[in-house]
Design a protein around this ligand. Sequence first.
Ligand code: SAM
Length: 292
Amino acid sequence: MAYLGTPAATADIIRKYGFNFQKKFGQNFLVDANILNKIVDSADIQKDDCIIEIGPGIGTLTQYLAERAGQVAAVEIDKNLIPILEETLSGYKNVTVINEDILKTDINKLAEERNQGKPVKVIANLPYYITTSIIMGLFESHVPLSSITVMVQKEVADRMQSGPGSKDYGVLSLAVQYYARPEILMNVSPSCFMPKPKVGSAVIRLVKYKELPVKVENERKLFAIIRAAFNQRRKTLANALANASYALEDEKGTVKITRQQVCDALDQMGLSQTIRGEALTLQQFASLCDIF
Ligand code: SAM
Protein backbone atom coordinates (compact mmCIF):
# COMPACT_ATOMS: atom_id res chain seq x y z
CA MET A 1 0.00 0.00 0.00
CA ALA A 2 1.40 3.37 -1.02
CA TYR A 3 1.75 6.16 1.52
CA LEU A 4 -1.46 8.15 1.98
CA GLY A 5 0.04 11.48 3.01
CA THR A 6 -0.86 13.44 -0.13
CA PRO A 7 -4.10 15.14 -1.20
CA ALA A 8 -4.37 12.85 -4.27
CA ALA A 9 -3.90 9.55 -2.38
CA THR A 10 -6.35 10.65 0.33
CA ALA A 11 -8.95 11.78 -2.20
CA ASP A 12 -8.60 8.43 -4.07
CA ILE A 13 -9.29 6.30 -1.00
CA ILE A 14 -12.15 8.53 0.16
CA ARG A 15 -13.76 8.26 -3.28
CA LYS A 16 -13.20 4.51 -3.52
CA TYR A 17 -15.13 3.89 -0.27
CA GLY A 18 -17.67 6.71 -0.72
CA PHE A 19 -16.55 8.03 2.68
CA ASN A 20 -18.20 11.19 4.04
CA PHE A 21 -16.22 13.34 6.48
CA GLN A 22 -17.97 13.64 9.84
CA LYS A 23 -17.60 17.06 11.36
CA LYS A 24 -18.87 15.79 14.71
CA PHE A 25 -15.82 13.49 14.94
CA GLY A 26 -13.31 16.26 14.16
CA GLN A 27 -12.21 14.56 10.95
CA ASN A 28 -9.43 16.59 9.32
CA PHE A 29 -6.96 14.18 7.78
CA LEU A 30 -3.28 15.03 7.31
CA VAL A 31 -2.25 15.28 3.66
CA ASP A 32 1.28 16.67 4.02
CA ALA A 33 4.18 14.19 4.02
CA ASN A 34 6.57 16.82 5.32
CA ILE A 35 4.49 17.33 8.50
CA LEU A 36 3.97 13.58 8.93
CA ASN A 37 7.73 13.01 8.74
CA LYS A 38 8.37 15.79 11.23
CA ILE A 39 5.86 14.34 13.71
CA VAL A 40 7.43 10.90 13.68
CA ASP A 41 10.97 12.33 13.74
CA SER A 42 10.21 14.43 16.81
CA ALA A 43 8.26 11.78 18.74
CA ASP A 44 11.43 9.82 19.62
CA ILE A 45 10.07 6.44 18.47
CA GLN A 46 12.17 3.35 19.24
CA LYS A 47 11.95 -0.07 17.59
CA ASP A 48 10.49 -1.66 20.72
CA ASP A 49 7.99 1.11 21.50
CA CYS A 50 4.28 0.49 21.90
CA ILE A 51 2.38 3.44 20.44
CA ILE A 52 -1.24 4.27 21.14
CA GLU A 53 -2.73 6.33 18.33
CA ILE A 54 -6.04 8.09 18.93
CA GLY A 55 -8.16 8.49 15.80
CA PRO A 56 -6.20 6.88 12.93
CA GLY A 57 -8.70 8.18 10.34
CA ILE A 58 -7.78 6.44 7.07
CA GLY A 59 -4.45 5.33 8.57
CA THR A 60 -2.14 8.05 7.24
CA LEU A 61 -0.09 8.72 10.40
CA THR A 62 -0.54 5.07 11.43
CA GLN A 63 1.56 3.93 8.45
CA TYR A 64 4.43 6.19 9.48
CA LEU A 65 4.18 5.00 13.10
CA ALA A 66 4.09 1.33 12.11
CA GLU A 67 7.31 1.74 10.09
CA ARG A 68 9.22 2.90 13.16
CA ALA A 69 7.62 1.37 16.27
CA GLY A 70 7.40 -2.16 17.63
CA GLN A 71 3.62 -2.01 17.64
CA VAL A 72 0.74 0.41 17.23
CA ALA A 73 -2.72 0.20 18.82
CA ALA A 74 -5.03 2.64 17.03
CA VAL A 75 -8.40 3.52 18.56
CA GLU A 76 -10.97 4.84 16.06
CA ILE A 77 -14.60 5.68 16.86
CA ASP A 78 -15.99 5.85 13.31
CA LYS A 79 -17.05 2.39 12.11
CA ASN A 80 -17.12 3.64 8.51
CA LEU A 81 -13.33 3.98 8.65
CA ILE A 82 -12.71 0.37 9.71
CA PRO A 83 -12.91 -1.22 6.22
CA ILE A 84 -10.66 1.54 4.89
CA LEU A 85 -8.10 0.91 7.65
CA GLU A 86 -8.20 -2.82 6.85
CA GLU A 87 -6.99 -1.97 3.36
CA THR A 88 -4.55 0.85 4.10
CA LEU A 89 -2.88 -0.99 6.99
CA SER A 90 -2.98 -4.50 5.47
CA GLY A 91 0.80 -4.46 4.93
CA TYR A 92 1.56 -3.83 8.61
CA LYS A 93 1.46 -6.81 10.93
CA ASN A 94 2.28 -4.70 13.99
CA VAL A 95 -0.93 -2.60 13.95
CA THR A 96 -4.15 -3.36 15.82
CA VAL A 97 -7.21 -1.22 15.10
CA ILE A 98 -9.76 -0.95 17.90
CA ASN A 99 -13.20 0.42 16.97
CA GLU A 100 -14.02 2.30 20.17
CA ASP A 101 -14.58 5.71 21.66
CA ILE A 102 -11.24 6.63 23.27
CA LEU A 103 -13.09 8.31 26.15
CA LYS A 104 -14.67 4.94 27.00
CA THR A 105 -11.55 2.82 26.38
CA ASP A 106 -9.72 1.37 29.37
CA ILE A 107 -6.27 2.57 28.30
CA ASN A 108 -4.62 1.15 31.40
CA LYS A 109 -5.89 -2.29 30.36
CA LEU A 110 -4.74 -1.68 26.79
CA ALA A 111 -1.23 -0.73 27.99
CA GLU A 112 -1.18 -3.78 30.26
CA GLU A 113 -2.25 -6.18 27.49
CA ARG A 114 -0.07 -4.69 24.75
CA ASN A 115 3.01 -3.61 26.68
CA GLN A 116 2.84 -5.51 30.00
CA GLY A 117 2.17 -2.21 31.79
CA LYS A 118 5.45 -0.63 30.57
CA PRO A 119 5.19 3.03 29.50
CA VAL A 120 3.53 3.58 26.13
CA LYS A 121 3.79 6.65 23.88
CA VAL A 122 0.66 8.38 22.67
CA ILE A 123 0.99 9.95 19.22
CA ALA A 124 -1.98 11.40 17.36
CA ASN A 125 -3.58 14.04 15.24
CA LEU A 126 -6.32 14.52 17.83
CA PRO A 127 -10.02 15.16 17.28
CA TYR A 128 -9.97 18.78 18.57
CA TYR A 129 -13.42 18.72 20.19
CA ILE A 130 -12.19 16.40 22.96
CA THR A 131 -8.50 17.37 23.26
CA THR A 132 -8.62 18.33 26.94
CA SER A 133 -10.70 15.32 28.00
CA ILE A 134 -8.30 12.97 26.22
CA ILE A 135 -5.12 14.49 27.63
CA MET A 136 -6.36 14.96 31.19
CA GLY A 137 -7.95 11.49 31.07
CA LEU A 138 -4.55 9.97 30.19
CA PHE A 139 -2.80 11.79 33.04
CA GLU A 140 -5.48 11.46 35.71
CA SER A 141 -6.10 7.78 35.17
CA HIS A 142 -2.34 7.24 35.60
CA VAL A 143 -1.86 5.37 32.32
CA PRO A 144 1.79 4.22 32.15
CA LEU A 145 3.09 6.83 29.71
CA SER A 146 6.42 8.28 28.72
CA SER A 147 5.19 10.99 26.37
CA ILE A 148 2.26 12.37 24.41
CA THR A 149 3.00 13.92 20.99
CA VAL A 150 -0.16 15.37 19.49
CA MET A 151 -1.56 17.75 16.92
CA VAL A 152 -4.01 20.11 18.62
CA GLN A 153 -5.62 23.47 17.96
CA LYS A 154 -2.89 26.14 18.13
CA GLU A 155 -4.61 28.11 20.94
CA VAL A 156 -4.84 24.96 23.05
CA ALA A 157 -1.13 24.21 22.54
CA ASP A 158 -0.32 27.78 23.63
CA ARG A 159 -2.46 27.36 26.76
CA MET A 160 -0.71 24.11 27.68
CA GLN A 161 2.74 25.67 27.37
CA SER A 162 2.08 29.07 29.02
CA GLY A 163 3.38 30.30 32.35
CA PRO A 164 2.46 33.15 34.75
CA GLY A 165 2.14 36.54 33.10
CA SER A 166 0.73 35.24 29.83
CA LYS A 167 -2.92 35.71 28.83
CA ASP A 168 -2.97 32.03 27.86
CA TYR A 169 -1.96 30.87 31.35
CA GLY A 170 -4.79 29.09 33.14
CA VAL A 171 -6.20 25.85 34.53
CA LEU A 172 -5.12 23.80 31.50
CA SER A 173 -1.52 25.11 31.71
CA LEU A 174 -1.26 24.14 35.37
CA ALA A 175 -3.05 20.81 34.95
CA VAL A 176 -0.74 19.76 32.12
CA GLN A 177 2.43 21.12 33.74
CA TYR A 178 1.65 19.26 36.97
CA TYR A 179 2.20 16.02 35.06
CA ALA A 180 4.47 16.84 32.12
CA ARG A 181 6.97 19.19 30.47
CA PRO A 182 5.29 20.73 27.41
CA GLU A 183 7.10 21.75 24.24
CA ILE A 184 5.45 23.10 21.10
CA LEU A 185 7.31 21.49 18.20
CA MET A 186 5.76 23.24 15.21
CA ASN A 187 2.81 25.21 13.97
CA VAL A 188 0.80 23.60 11.17
CA SER A 189 -1.24 25.44 8.56
CA PRO A 190 -4.86 24.47 7.71
CA SER A 191 -3.66 23.69 4.16
CA CYS A 192 -1.94 20.51 5.47
CA PHE A 193 -5.33 18.88 6.17
CA MET A 194 -8.31 17.57 4.20
CA PRO A 195 -10.79 19.16 4.71
CA LYS A 196 -9.05 22.31 5.96
CA PRO A 197 -9.90 23.14 9.60
CA LYS A 198 -11.06 26.70 10.41
CA VAL A 199 -8.35 27.04 13.07
CA GLY A 200 -4.55 26.89 13.13
CA SER A 201 -2.89 23.80 14.54
CA ALA A 202 0.30 22.93 16.40
CA VAL A 203 2.14 19.77 17.38
CA ILE A 204 2.98 19.65 21.07
CA ARG A 205 4.99 17.09 22.99
CA LEU A 206 4.29 16.46 26.67
CA VAL A 207 7.08 14.51 28.32
CA LYS A 208 5.72 13.00 31.50
CA TYR A 209 7.70 13.61 34.67
CA LYS A 210 9.01 10.48 36.37
CA GLU A 211 8.50 12.34 39.64
CA LEU A 212 5.89 15.06 39.97
CA PRO A 213 7.55 18.51 40.18
CA VAL A 214 5.36 19.55 43.12
CA LYS A 215 4.06 17.44 45.94
CA VAL A 216 0.84 18.32 47.75
CA GLU A 217 -1.08 16.59 50.51
CA ASN A 218 -4.34 16.80 48.57
CA GLU A 219 -4.30 16.88 44.75
CA ARG A 220 -8.04 17.51 44.41
CA LYS A 221 -7.84 20.48 46.72
CA LEU A 222 -4.93 21.91 44.69
CA PHE A 223 -7.01 21.79 41.51
CA ALA A 224 -10.13 23.11 43.25
CA ILE A 225 -8.08 26.15 44.34
CA ILE A 226 -6.58 26.61 40.86
CA ARG A 227 -10.03 26.42 39.23
CA ALA A 228 -11.45 28.94 41.70
CA ALA A 229 -8.50 31.32 41.15
CA PHE A 230 -9.01 31.35 37.38
CA ASN A 231 -12.84 31.36 37.46
CA GLN A 232 -12.54 35.00 38.43
CA ARG A 233 -9.12 35.73 36.98
CA ARG A 234 -9.45 39.55 37.02
CA LYS A 235 -10.07 39.54 40.78
CA THR A 236 -7.34 39.34 43.40
CA LEU A 237 -6.64 35.80 44.54
CA ALA A 238 -7.94 36.65 48.04
CA ASN A 239 -11.31 37.77 46.64
CA ALA A 240 -11.54 34.99 44.06
CA LEU A 241 -10.99 32.25 46.65
CA ALA A 242 -13.21 33.85 49.31
CA ASN A 243 -16.03 34.22 46.76
CA ALA A 244 -15.69 30.69 45.55
CA SER A 245 -16.10 28.35 48.45
CA TYR A 246 -18.78 26.56 46.40
CA ALA A 247 -16.12 25.65 43.85
CA LEU A 248 -13.61 24.42 46.39
CA GLU A 249 -14.93 20.94 46.79
CA ASP A 250 -12.61 18.15 47.77
CA GLU A 251 -13.42 14.64 48.97
CA LYS A 252 -14.22 16.01 52.44
CA GLY A 253 -16.90 18.29 51.03
CA THR A 254 -16.92 22.04 50.49
CA VAL A 255 -13.80 23.86 51.65
CA LYS A 256 -14.49 27.29 53.06
CA ILE A 257 -11.62 29.74 52.84
CA THR A 258 -12.00 33.26 54.14
CA ARG A 259 -10.40 36.32 52.60
CA GLN A 260 -8.33 36.72 55.77
CA GLN A 261 -7.01 33.15 55.54
CA VAL A 262 -5.84 33.78 51.96
CA CYS A 263 -4.18 37.07 52.98
CA ASP A 264 -2.42 35.36 55.90
CA ALA A 265 -1.21 32.56 53.63
CA LEU A 266 0.06 35.07 51.05
CA ASP A 267 1.93 36.94 53.83
CA GLN A 268 3.48 33.68 54.96
CA MET A 269 4.65 33.05 51.38
CA GLY A 270 6.02 36.57 51.02
CA LEU A 271 3.47 37.48 48.32
CA SER A 272 1.35 40.63 48.01
CA GLN A 273 -2.21 40.41 49.39
CA THR A 274 -3.43 41.96 46.12
CA ILE A 275 -1.78 39.41 43.85
CA ARG A 276 -3.95 37.72 41.21
CA GLY A 277 -4.04 33.98 40.72
CA GLU A 278 -2.68 34.37 37.19
CA ALA A 279 0.65 35.54 38.70
CA LEU A 280 1.25 32.40 40.77
CA THR A 281 3.45 29.51 39.66
CA LEU A 282 2.45 25.87 40.08
CA GLN A 283 4.88 25.66 43.02
CA GLN A 284 3.21 28.66 44.69
CA PHE A 285 -0.29 27.19 44.22
CA ALA A 286 1.02 23.99 45.82
CA SER A 287 2.44 25.88 48.81
CA LEU A 288 -0.84 27.78 49.21
CA CYS A 289 -2.79 24.52 49.12
CA ASP A 290 -0.64 22.96 51.85
CA ILE A 291 -0.96 26.04 54.09
CA PHE A 292 -4.80 25.76 54.01
N1 SAM B 1 -4.97 10.39 12.24
C1 SAM B 1 -5.71 10.82 11.06
C2 SAM B 1 -4.87 11.80 10.27
O1 SAM B 1 -3.95 12.38 10.86
O2 SAM B 1 -5.13 11.99 9.11
C3 SAM B 1 -7.06 11.42 11.42
C4 SAM B 1 -7.05 12.54 12.44
S1 SAM B 1 -8.61 13.34 12.64
C5 SAM B 1 -8.07 14.93 13.17
C6 SAM B 1 -9.27 12.71 14.17
C7 SAM B 1 -9.69 11.26 14.15
O3 SAM B 1 -10.19 10.91 15.44
C8 SAM B 1 -10.81 10.93 13.17
O4 SAM B 1 -10.48 9.76 12.47
C9 SAM B 1 -12.03 10.69 14.06
O5 SAM B 1 -12.98 9.81 13.51
C10 SAM B 1 -11.37 10.12 15.31
N2 SAM B 1 -12.17 10.30 16.55
C11 SAM B 1 -13.02 11.31 16.86
N3 SAM B 1 -13.55 11.14 18.08
C12 SAM B 1 -13.01 9.99 18.58
C13 SAM B 1 -13.17 9.27 19.79
N4 SAM B 1 -13.99 9.71 20.76
N5 SAM B 1 -12.49 8.11 19.96
C14 SAM B 1 -11.66 7.65 18.98
N6 SAM B 1 -11.47 8.29 17.80
C15 SAM B 1 -12.13 9.45 17.60
